[in-house]
Design a protein around this ligand. Structure first.
Ligand code: IMP
Length: 427
């Protein structure tokens, strides 16, 4: 009964979509367990190129059941659009299921996300403005509305009336904007409920049954470890846990069930939105990486901040997730660079430190200490065997393996499924 969790090990956008798409060939169940449509998982396969926001990247595998778990917040309009898009491209979505416990993103969540960001002025988080933070805040404040609530229209109306009254006070009195109409929100969400009803299930039973049949289950993470609200660069984080531990909570299975925790590291670092990033390159190398890799957000189109691989942050990520292996993605992006740098420590107030500080003020002051390695300056996108990689690329991977304390299982040298080097088995 193997379970593999696929976890973003940096600030998100590490290429988890491609890794899940690859592993999905062998999996029977794939569960998205956190975040919402702030995520954008790019998958390139024979069906085409897709930027998936909610539907698990395993949907392209003809035998896999795909679950949007209880830990996800769902904007039903976005989900319905995504299902329609997949169907138009001939992708079967009858194997998609949504946990009845997942919370809904309501129109006031998206509105408030934007209004709160504007009110933060220069201290804006740079959220995706998809309503993620407000929806998770309501979940823990116990004023959320869950997907399962849509199936009982009377209770839904009663709950929506009570919550919307309060939200309208905030919208009108705090932010001075127009209130939302109960009738409009109610009728729109009832339509969403009718459309989504065939997909809504008690999904933990489906996961347990697959495990009892000894089938492979994948937990598909969203965002990255350094955006975790506990361990990330708080408050410049997202609002649900992208960690392996979050996988148990957001999919509904116990920690003893997880057999492997595969980290996904990009061969360099990127970050989108505000907050500290010690190895950020605000120079032509950073611009070059952005353009070579087309580092622009899948969800918002914003340019991503690019920088060298941060092994201090990576080791921290390994520690708090318990990674058992790694997928290194986008190695090919470094193909033309004459030399590469890896951050192996930070200089903070004149002292050398080897840990990732919890304070963003401290992290902001951290100066990276770099180790320099030679580049390989030949293309790698056609390579499928580890031994065929140029020696400098092998040296780079070996050093990442040592510094992250994480054996490398897979290396990606391009966006297509086959542009992958299998180094070691994951299980
Ligand atoms: P939110 O999740 O929309 O509230 O955004 C909070 C922070 O997380 C912002 O810095 C976003 O740019 C970042 N973020 C959210 N989702 C992703 C993602 O999928 N990839 C990368 N960054 C993300």
């Amino acid at each position: 009964m193997p379970v593999i969790a696929v976890i973003g090990a940096q600030w998100g956008d590490e290429g988890k979509g491609k890794v899940v798409d690859l592993l999905a060939e062998k999996a029977r169940v794939i569960v998205r367990f956190s975040g919402g449509d702030n995520a954008g998982h790019t998958v390139v396969n024979p069906f085409g190129k897709f930027g998936l926001h909610l539907v698990p990247s395993g949907i392209f595998s003809s035998h896999a059941v795909c679950i949007i778990g209880n830990g996800v917040v769902i904007n039903p309009a976005v989900l319905i659009d995504e299902i329609d898009l997949l169907n138009r491209h001939g992708v079967d979505t009858t194997r998609l299921f949504i946990s009845d416990r997942a919370h809904l993103i309501m129109p006031y969540h998206t509105l408030l996300d934007g209004l709160e960001e504007e009110s933060r002025g220069g201290k804006a988080i740079g959220t995706t403005r998809k309503g993620i933070g407000p929806a998770f805040a309501d979940k823990v404040a116990r004023v959320g509305i869950r997907v399962g609530d849509l199936l009982d229209k009377e209770t839904f109306l009663e709950r929506l009336r009570y919550i919307l009254d309060h939200k309208n006070i905030i919208l009108t009195k705090v932010y001075g904007v127009s209130p939302l109409s109960l009738d409009e929100v109610y009728s729109q969400y009832c339509q969403f409920g009718e459309r989504l009803a065939p997909y809504i299930r008690e999904t933990t039973i489906m996961v347990e049954e697959a495990l009892n049949r000894e089938e492979l289950v994948l937990l598909e993470g969203a965002q990255g470890t350094l955006l975790d609200p506990d361990f990330g660069t708080y408050p410049y984080t997202t609002s649900s846990s992208p960690l392996a531990g979050g996988g148990c909570l957001g999919a509904g299975l116990g920690p003893t069930r997880i057999s492997a925790i595969l980290s996904v590291f990009k061969a360099y670092c990127t970050r989108v939105g505000a907050g500290p990033m010690p190895t950020e390159l605000k120079d032509e190398t950073g611009d070059l990486i952005r353009e070579l890799a087309h580092e622009y957000g899948t969800t918002t189109g914003r340019p991503r901040r690019c920088g060298w691989f941060d092994a201090v942050a990576a080791r921290f990520s390994t520690r708090i997730n318990g990674f058992t292996g790694a997928a290194i993605t986008r190695l090919d992006i470094l193909d033309t660079l004459p030399h590469l740098r890896i951050c192996v420590g930070y200089k903070l107030d004149g002292k050398t430190i080897d840990y990732f500080p919890s304070s963003i003020n401290a992290l902001d002051k951290c100066q990276p200490i770099y180790e320099e390695l030679p580049g390989w300056q030949v293309p790698t996108t056609h390579i499928r065997e580890y031994g065929q990689l140029p020696p400098q690329a092998q040296q780079y991977i070996t050093r990442l393996e040592e510094l992250t304390a994480c054996p490398v299982n897979l290396i990606c040298v391009g966006p297509e499924r086959e542009q992958t080097i299998q180094v070691k088995p994951i299980l």
